[in-house]
Ligand binder design. Structure first.
Ligand SMILES: Nc1ncnc2c1ncn2[C@@H]1O[C@H](COP(=O)(O)OP(=O)(O)OP(=O)(O)O)[C@@H](O)[C@H]1O
Ligand SMILES: [Mg+2]
Length: 331
């Protein structure tokens, strides 16, 4: 079981010829609407890949909120802990995309920041995953996230954190506090630089429970660092890239699925890379992530590619793990 905590949003993508000037009326060539939010994305991909996932977050009592809830349910996410807040509208993010692929985001966090800690029995085992947008500013969600992490860590659940760039920039202290509760830190190199400077391993000295740091490196795959000195680079999968939004969230789902199914962290990182790559081939994640069979095909193709020869054992481990996750998910 994966318990994900964080923002739940509606993402509106507008493909524009360029960014508008103030006061201008500019027409978008394309409009795409997706349910989103980092934690929601991770939960949806996990559920699709066979890791049961539950989401703690908040939406408004409005039609957009109902739509997001339905999209999550359709992806297989358990939404019993999703709260409907009357005080604020469902969070909406407008993403302006220019032909160069540059993304400019305009966001209203709305109900997302109001999520409270629901009363529910913690699962006896599993993973709690926090998306760092929850740490951005003083809010009920911030307290919910910290309380959940502390409770889960004390109960012996495995906690993971993906801080995200805005929180590393604007709330590094809150990120550091959350870091003290987690075993797994998933972040990109810009975020690692902000938190740890040139030495990502200093994270282990700061955070007593931290066991693995995963450095996500876009089209270069990822680097896995272990507290005991382990270090491994895992290559990316080559895919036709359409939109990289949510690649990091999908990576997190693949990695946590691997660990939850007992794979080695390196095989889990390979599953993360595969899920991240697939997320790049579609707009957004929820309702568009290609799913488990596409992931199996990606792993299968790589295992027949001579360039992947050094990684064959890891590929096999990842394939077995995925097949077992499906059987467990069906059971
Ligand atoms: N262009 C790409 N081609 C193949 N795989 C990719 C590409 N971009 C990202 N990925 C995969 O997705 C993973 C996560 O992407 P990235 O490194 O951009 O994380 P991130 O910065 O956390 O992303 P996000 O902006 O979604 O938070 C990478 O480690 C890689 O495996
Ligand atoms: Mg990220």
């Amino acid at each position: 079981m994966l318990l994900a905590i964080g923002d739940v949003t509606v993402d509106l993508y507008l493909a524009l010829p360029r960014l508008p000037k103030p006061g201008e009326d500019l027409h978008a060539a394309r409009m795409i609407l997706r349910a989103g939010g980092s934690a929601a994305n991770t939960a949806a991909v996990a559920a699709q890949l066979g890791l049961p996932a539950r989401l703690i977050g908040a939406i408004g009592q409005d039609p957009l909120g109902e739509w997001v809830a339905e999209e999550l349910r359709a992806s297989g996410v358990e939404i019993e802990l999703l709260q409907r807040c009357p005080e604020a509208p469902t969070s909406v993010i407008t993403v302006l995309v220019t032909p160069e692929g540059e993304r400019t985001m305009l966001s209203h966090r709305g109900a997302s920041r109001l999520a409270r800690l629901p009363e529910f029995p913690l699962p006896p085992a599993g993973f709690v995953h926090l998306s760092g947008y929850a740490l951005l500013e003083e809010s009920p969600l911030l307290h919910t996230a910290m309380a959940m992490l502390r409770e889960a860590a004390t109960a012996g659940l495995h906690c993971a954190l993906d801080p995200g760039l805005p929180a590393c920039r604007m709330a590094p202290q809150a990120v550091r506090e959350a870091l003290r509760e987690v075993e797994i830190l998933l972040l990109n190199e810009a975020e690692a630089d902000l938190l740890f400077g040139l030495d990502p391993r200093s994270g282990f000295r700061e955070a007593p429970r931290l066991r693995w740091i995963v450095l996500k490196r876009g089209e270069q795959g990822c680097r896995l660092l272990g507290r005991a000195g382990e270090e491994q680079t895992v290559p990316a999968f080559r895919v036709p890239v359409l939109d990289t939004t949510g690649a990091g969230d999908a990576f997190d789902a693949g990695f946590l699925l691997g660990l939850a199914r007992g794979a080695s962290p390196a095989a889990a990182a390979l599953l993360g890379n595969a899920a991240g790559a697939l997320a790049c081939t579609v707009w957004g994640v929820i309702g568009s992530f290609p799913g488990r069979e596409a992931l199996e095909r990606l792993l299968q193709e790589a295992s027949q590619d001579p360039a992947w020869a050094p990684w064959r054992a890891l590929l096999e481990e990842a394939q077995t793990c995925l097949a077992e996750a499906q059987i467990a998910g069906e059971g």
